[in-house]
Design a binder for this molecule. Structure first.
Ligand SMILES: [Zn+2]
Length: 169
């Protein structure tokens, strides 16, 4: 739970939750999964702390509807976790050589994508992911978006996603 959910999933959706438009499908998907996780946790806690769970449900105007008996992380997360470890090992080498600060300063070339490209970018916490013939982690040479701190190739101040969100806000 701590490693796969807190360290991996929450890190990967942080940017989507903070910076995507409130109605964007990716943000709604993340909120849905977080709420589902909360419900599963409440369901697990219920036999041990029923009054606490009742108070929480009442305070949040939620109800606990069974059956939510088996929710697990899909097996693709094993592959994603291994990829994340591989990329983090490379970014750590660059960081120790003082070439890189945060992962958002990196662009990554992968041999294939285990998830849609945008999700891989979020899971790895980098600014860009592309597919190529050789695994590579490099410093991104684009511009840093002042809103989401990711790097992008456009010469404008905000990245296209943030510019769109700011326009509709
Ligand atoms: Zn941005």
């Amino acid at each position: 739970m701590t490693v796969q959910f807190s360290k991996t999933y929450l890190e990967s959706v942080k940017d989507t939750l903070y910076c995507d438009a409130e109605t964007s499908p990716a943000r709604r998907e993340a909120v849905f999964l977080l709420e589902l996780t909360l419900r599963v946790m409440l369901y697990c806690l219920y036999p041990f702390t029923p009054h606490l769970v009742h108070q929480f449900l009442k305070a949040c105007s939620l109800s606990l509807t069974p059956p939510v008996f088996s929710v697990g992380m899909p097996s693709v997360w094993d592959e994603v976790g291994a990829l994340r470890n591989q990329v983090n090992a490379e970014t750590e080498i660059l960081r120790q050589a003082k070439l890189l600060g945060k992962n958002t300063e990196a662009k990554v070339t992968l041999l294939g994508l285990p998830l849609p490209q945008e999700q891989v970018v979020d899971v790895l916490g980098v600014s860009e992911v592309k597919v190529g013939t050789e695994f590579k982690v490099e410093l991104h040479d684009g511009h840093k978006c002042p809103r989401c701190w990711k790097f992008h190739r456009d010469a404008t101040e905000l990245c296209p996603r943030c510019a769109k969100v700011e326009q509709t806000a």
